[in-house]
Each structure stands twice: as C-alpha cells, then as structure tokens.
Design a protein around this ligand. Structure first.
Ligand SMILES: C[S@@+](CC[C@H](N)C(=O)[O-])C[C@H]1O[C@@H](n2cnc3c(N)ncnc32)[C@H](O)[C@@H]1O
Ligand code: SF4
Ligand code: SF4
Length: 376
C-alpha cells in the first residue's frame, strides 16, 4: 500500500476545511501534482481509450496540440505556486506533439532553473522516432518514463514488437549511461479477454529488466474483467512477484476502492489536470462530465490562483456527479479515492487515540505501526 499518502494529512485537513467553509476566501492548498496533456493527437485509437471522443482525428492535426508558449506560461505559473510535480500524459499521446523536441527542452529548462520534477506517461510507440538529443534529455530530466502497453500493441504483432524494442532501447541506453536517473517502467491493463496474455507479458517485461511495472484494470462497459478474473490474476501475480523477486518492481492495483452509496470525493484538489487548450479540470476523469469538471482556462495573462479554491471551484467539488465522473457512486479505481479512504481511516483512528491516556502509549505506537504496515 502507499506510504506517500501520509505526507498529505495536513493538506487533507485544509481541503476539508475549505470545502466546509461558506467564505469566498479559504485556505485551499494548491495541488501537489499537475497532469498536463500536451496534445489530443494519438494515432493508435485504442478501442477502450478513455479519451476516444477527444481523439477523433486520424490525420496529424496541430490544432490538437498545446501551444508552446502556453506550456511555458503554465509551468511558470505552477512553479510560482509551489506545484512542483508535473506529469505529461493524456488526453492523447504526449510524444506525438508536433513540437515535441521543443516541449522537452522547456521541461529541461524548468527542471534546471526551477527544480520542478517531471514524469511522462506514453504509449512508447514514438520513442524510436525521437531525435537522440530529445531522448537523452528525457532520460536525464524526467524522474520516470512509463510506457503504457496499449490495447493496440497487445493486439497487433508489429506494434507489440515496436513497444518491446523501444523499451529495450531505453533500458540499454540507461545501462550505458549509469548517471541517468529516469525510472523506466511499464503499465498494463487487465481486460476480460487478456488474462493469460497479460501474465505472459508481465513475465517478459520483468525478464527484460523494467524498473517499475504497474498493473491496473481497464474501465470499460464491455471489457472489464470479472471479479473471479481479478482474484485469479492477483494470485498469479503474487506468486510471480516472489518467483522473480520483483517485490519493489511490480505494483498490482486491480480492484476498486468501495464506498457506501452516496460517496463524495473531497481528495481531488491534491491534483489538477490541464488539457492542451489550457482547460483546468478538477480531476483526470473530467472527460465524463467536462462542463461541470472545468474550473477555468489558462491564457497568457492568468493564473491557476484565479480559479483555485474560489467559490465556483468549491461548489463544483461539492457537486461532482460521481456516478458519471467515477462511473459509480460507490467505488472508483483512481488512486486518489484510495488516498481518501486511507486518510479517513487515519482520522478515525486518531480520534479514537485522542481519547486514550498516557498509559495507552504502547497501544498507540503499535496501532501506528500496524497502520504503516498496511500501507506497504
Ligand atoms: C489515455 S492514456 C494517454 C497517454 C498515452 N497515450 C498512453 O496510452 O499512455 C493515459 C493512461 O490511461 C490508460 N487508459 C486508457 N483508457 C483506459 C481505460 N478505458 N481504462 C483504464 N485505463 C485506461 C492508459 O493505459 C494510459 O496508461
Ligand atoms: S495510446 Fe493512449 S491516448 Fe492513444 S488511444 Fe491508446 S490509450 Fe488512448
Ligand atoms: S474519485 Fe472520482 S472524482 Fe475523485 S479524483 Fe477519483 S475519479 Fe476524480
């Protein structure tokens, strides 16, 4: 389980206070993480892609790209507000941005001058087409590069080969340049149809030497894995993990965090999502209800602070239609809802602990330890 969440306890308190306040001014903390979508272009067209409605165009189309100057403005603003962690993802396919070399150079500049941390989530298919300098900067400047094994790559032999070749290329490059820092990882999605193939692919990826491997379940009305599949695959992955000594590499997160009916998401301000047109959204699942999830739009003269924590933002969080956005009002498979669940449990435990005297100190410590164990 995730130990990182423990550092957000204070932010969680501030968020809850801001959400219960009736004042126009509140102390909503700025997000810890910004997801930026550099483009809505993607040439793969996976059948279940969450963003398929945005990625309609088959031809290269620069109007789906984020303007380079806008990208720079956003990073300047985020860093001035202390938002220091940025993931380039999508949306579309970040490496298909028409000016990807320039985008990566801007990242390198903000890494160097502002000490911002960057990661990238890509389908990996364009890696062999990147120029050597861009590839070098990615491996030098990004904390991680994660290659999603797309539905298309799992179904098409040529794309599958390309994916593996590109991943090997990155791993070899890093092997030769030991000082490069980027963690090179992979991400797979379990569907109702790919159980056996997925286990084979996990094995191959571990043998190849990936440094991080994340397995999640697909969200799809037609192809979601059954509960029995989840149990079976989870079991198989557990034994693979010990067989290949991959405890620190393999991260399996197949299930959903379940809530009683009427669940309200309050954790979302830990992150912000910004699309190629500068649209600022409450969370990455905004595409299910874009109008109600958008809180503002960047242009060259404004700032996230013009929208963040303002009454309209707070109102939109209070009124998130979870049935639409999270595709259920009792569960979600996003990692933030898992954080919310953990933080709520911590808060309940702490309240219980408050009522204990000093004589209960040992119980207090052992409860804390138990709690941390559960997060590992
Ligand atoms: C929409 S993609 C955009 C970035 C890039 N093109 C890629 O595929 O990594 C971002 C992530 O969403 C995941 N994704 C896409 N459709 C999904 C779905 N229906 N359910 C769960 N994850 C999905 C992808 O596997 C990928 O890791
Ligand atoms: S590669 Fe990524 S963005 Fe492109 S269609 Fe597949 S999931 Fe969507
Ligand atoms: S639980 Fe739903 S609304 Fe909250 S961050 Fe996750 S996807 Fe967004």
């Amino acid at each position: 389980m995730n130990k990182r969440i423990l550092q957000y306890e204070n932010d969680a308190r501030r968020i809850l206070k801001a959400l219960s306040s009736k004042q126009a001014k509140n102390d909503m903390p700025y997000p810890k993480m910004a997801y930026i979508y550099p483009t809505y272009q993607c040439s793969l067209h996976c059948k279940n892609c969450m963003y398929k409605d945005h990625i309609k165009e088959c031809k290269k189309n620069k109007s789906l790209d984020m303007d380079l100057q806008l990208f720079r403005t956003i990073l300047t603003d985020l860093s001035s507000l202390g938002v220091m962690n940025v993931e380039l993802c999508g949306g579309g396919e970040p490496l298909e941005h028409g000016n990807i070399n320039e985008i990566i150079e801007v990242v390198s500049e903000f890494r160097r001058n502002n000490r911002m941390d960057f990661g990238i989530l890509t389908n990996g298919q364009s890696i062999s087409r990147l120029n050597e300098n861009t590839l070098k900067i990615i491996l030098e400047c990004f904390a991680y590069i994660r290659l999603s094994f797309s539905e298309q790559s799992s179904e098409n032999i040529r794309l599958r080969e390309e994916y593996f070749n590109n991943l090997s290329q990155l791993l070899e490059y890093k092997e030769k340049n030991k000082k490069l820092k980027a963690i090179i990882g992979s991400k797979l999605l379990l569907t109702s149809k790919n159980k056996d193939k997925l286990l084979e692919t996990v094995s191959e990826l571990l043998d190849l030497g990936v440094e991080h491997l994340k397995i999640k379940s697909i969200r799809s009305p037609d192809d979601e894995p059954s509960f029995e599949d989840l149990i079976e695959v989870e079991e198989e992955l557990r034994s693979l993990k010990s067989e290949k000594s991959a405890n620190d590499i393999l991260q399996v997160d197949l299930g959903k965090t379940v809530y009683p009916a009427g669940f309200k998401c309050w954790i979302n301000p830990l992150s912000v999502t910004i699309d190629p047109y500068g649209g600022i959204y409450i969370c990455y699942n905004f595409h299910n209800d874009p109008e109600n999830m958008m809180i503002g739009k960047y242009n060259k003269n404004n700032s996230l602070s013009d929208f963040w924590g303002k009454l309209e933002h707070v109102e939109k969080i209070r009124n998130i239609n979870t049935e639409l956005v999270c595709e259920s009002d009792t569960s979600c498979n996003c990692r933030f809802v898992e954080y919310q669940n953990i933080l709520e449990k911590i808060s309940i435990e702490k309240n219980n602990l408050k009522h204990m005297g000093n004589d209960d100190c040992d119980i207090r410590n052992s409860l804390k330890l138990k709690r941390i164990d559960r997060f590992l």
